[in-house]
Design a protein around this ligand. Structure first.
Ligand SMILES: Cc1cc2nc3c(=O)[nH]c(=O)nc-3n(C[C@H](O)[C@H](O)[C@H](O)COP(=O)(O)OP(=O)(O)OC[C@H]3O[C@@H](n4cnc5c(N)ncnc54)[C@H](O)[C@@H]3O)c2cc1C
Length: 363
């Protein structure tokens, strides 16, 4: 079988080379993932099947067989021990050479029909936001919108806390069911960190539809109202200390001060003097804080597109088009996308493996 890769750019895998900040977070051990929709907001059903055939273990074995040593971090992300994405690129290039694959850089595909006429099978793996090249073909496309971005917040007080990292925060988008739990980083433009990226992924379509305006809900303690009340009671008991001077272990001193003042509690209030109303306001600020979202900011590390070739167009067992036999899809051109952590590349590996094996069996 003759295989040719037509690559528009001057080099293959230019994006792969910059993944994971140049270290390439190539997959994830999926530990603690109970529901795949938590990590694949779009495409979880197809991914369940795909991971059953070429999952993270198979992916690790494939690279290890090629001599790449891998490391599963405590956060379940998998990186090459070399911490060098170029090792992954070189490994794939070596395998291409070994397999006699013809790589043609600087070859942009504009006309899919012509390519389809000239080959037995064509795999379209042109990445996120490129499904437009199928326009005019009888294939349903889901309009592309960005995912994995940070949010601009209009609040000087919050911005003054730039650099503050808080773990186990729950973020939400008001008026929707979207909630994301994790670490929150405050920046000079608003909010970032894993919890924000996760929320941007879950609510990618809703945020786009609302012009990236809306109300951000923040539960600073990531706990229930009862748990919050219990925490405040335990902090208050027998203490004549100033409220502002004793913060819950999870919140920094500066953030606590910001939240106490935001709740309208006076700077010189002592725990023993905290009345019912002030206490209720403090609980409300701690677990149901709200901030105006005024836009989105691009995340420096990872940025993917949600949307693309509708999964209803694809045979999940082969990644072949239902309507155009001989045309296959793999990677981000499909309407599959994930939160950060190596899940996006795993989707690309899994779908590519299935397409390749299906073609190899057929021809
Ligand atoms: C900065 C950054 C960091 C990331 N880090 C991670 C990470 O650590 N872990 C993770 O899981 N995910 C990460 N991602 C997401 C991940 O890179 C993508 O999900 C993945 O690269 C998708 O692979 P793909 O092969 O489908 O598309 P791409 O990697 O985008 O490759 C598509 C290729 O097709 C070529 N092409 C496009 N149009 C045409 C055309 N018309 N004709 C010919 N060729 C064409 C492009 O030049 C490109 O080389 C990151 C993304 C970014 C932007």
């Amino acid at each position: 079988m003759e295989i040719s890769i037509l690559e528009a750019g001057p080099r293959p895998m230019a994006k792969l080379a910059i993944t994971g900040g140049g270290r390439c977070n190539l997959t994830n051990s999926f530990e603690g993932v109970e529901n795949l929709a938590e990590v694949y907001p779009r495409g979880s059903r197809l991914m369940r099947r795909a991971l059953g055939r070429f999952g993270w273990r198979e992916c690790c074995r494939w690279f290890e067989d090629e001599g790449v040593q891998l490391l599963v971090q405590d956060d379940h992300c998998v990186f090459p021990v070399s911490q060098d994405a170029m090792q992954i690129v070189r490994t794939l290039e070596r395998r291409m050479r070994k397999g006699g694959v013809r790589l043609m850089c600087g070859s942009r595909i504009d006309n899919i029909s012509r390519v389809l006429d000239s080959a037995d099978a064509v795999v379209l793996a042109t990445g996120g936001g490129t499904a437009g090249i199928l326009e005019g073909m009888p294939i349903e496309l889901v309009s592309p919108v960005p995912s994995l971005f940070t949010l601009r917040i209009n609040d000087a007080g919050l911005r003054s806390l730039m650099g503050t990292v808080t773990e186990n925060v729950t973020l939400g988008l008001a008026g929707t069911r979207f909630r994301a739990h994790g670490t929150l980083l405050l920046t000079d433009w608003g909010v970032s960190g894993p919890a924000t990226l996760k929320l941007s992924s879950y609510a990618a379509r809703e945020l786009a539809a609302g012009g990236y305006k809306g109300m951000l809900l923040v539960n600073w303690l990531g706990c229930s109202e009862d748990e919050c009340r219990a925490l405040l009671r335990s902090m208050a008991s027998g203490s004549g200390r100033l409220i502002i001077n004793s913060h819950p272990p999870r919140l920094t001193e500066r953030l606590w001060r910001h939240l106490v003042l935001r709740a309208g509690v006076r700077e010189d209030s002592r725990w023993g003097e905290l009345g019912l109303k002030s206490s209720a306001r403090l609980v409300n600020t701690l677990i149901s804080d709200t901030y105006d979202i005024i836009g989105r900011a691009r995340f420096k590390e990872e940025f993917v597109t949600c949307g693309g070739v509708s999964l209803s167009e694809v045979r999940p067992e082969s990644m072949e088009s239902r309507k155009l036999p001989g045309l296959y899809f793999a990677g981000e051109i499909l309407d599959i996308d994930a939160v950060t952590g190596g899940f996006n590349l795993q989707a690309a590996w899994s779908t590519a493996w299935i397409a390749a094996h299906s073609i190899a069996e057929k021809y």
